[in-house]
Ligand binder design. Sequence first.
Ligand SMILES: [Zn+2]
Length: 335
Amino acid sequence: MLARSNPLTRPPLNSKKGIKQRAEAIRKATTVRKDADARCLVFPCNHPPLDATEHGIGRLCRVHRDHYRRHGHPTRSSLTAAQLTPYRRAAFEWINAQLASKANVSEFFVVNALRRIEGRLEASGQVVEASDIRAMSPDDKARAVWARIKRREVDARVLLAIALGVEAALAEDPDPPKWLGPLKFREYAFVQMAKVLNQIGGGIVKRWKRTSAPDKVQELRGFQVSMGRVLRHLGAALSEDAELVTADHLKDVLAMKHAIEDRVTAKGEKWKNNFLSRPYPLRFAVKRDVSGSGRAAIVSVFEDEPPRHPNRLREPKSVDVKETPQGAKLEIHRY
Ligand SMILES: [Zn+2]
């Protein structure tokens, strides 16, 4: 009988113990359990649970199992950008406020969390592209995502703001998702954090022409799929790094969020969920070009001199410098 193990501490798949466990899991998955439930655990789903089929293990049906893998909960969907961005923005501004006020006690915890995140980025090693990770363990895939984040030179404050933002969004949720998975109630939060991390890490798009077919462009897209155990590893790591801050300061972040909302509504404006409201140091704010061909553009805000090339993986097709009515200078790289 295979003990139900914590997915974050399972032995690696290529170890002797891992191979044995994997073989046992396959044997179990392809066997129909006699004591399986008649229906999926999610009420009122009528599909048979995977235990009652030859295609998997568990008390969920295939549909709900797949949803659980992707979103961290069998029925609840992921937080949308519109839901999460105000909290991430508030967390980012709160972090900056703490760092600015040196006398503040919580500044110590913020600096500690930032150092831990920076250490994790430093230790992530060489970048492995998402097109090459197929045989890697979830732990190594998570490390590859950290390496991609490091390659894009994302500020640790942005990453800490993800953890704080997700925790704050769930703290304000009147009916927070609960699911007694192997990670006990924390899995949804981990997965939500990881989905943002994965997105920030990005991927690669390579285009080239073959001499045998010069008019046809070959394309390779390497982006990490946002599902599976890799998300649990990523989210658990970030949550651990941020725990000293999230334990005590969610109230402050929520207060900051309401202060920002008041500030916006006092001006008679509406909160805009656009790229400028997202908590990037804006060198890496990525914007969809809605007017043109739908290609992405990178909009960078600068003060004195233009930033360095924002995406070292691709050559921009055009670079424009514009000034907004508020006087901010923007540099727009189109791809
Ligand atoms: Zn179901």
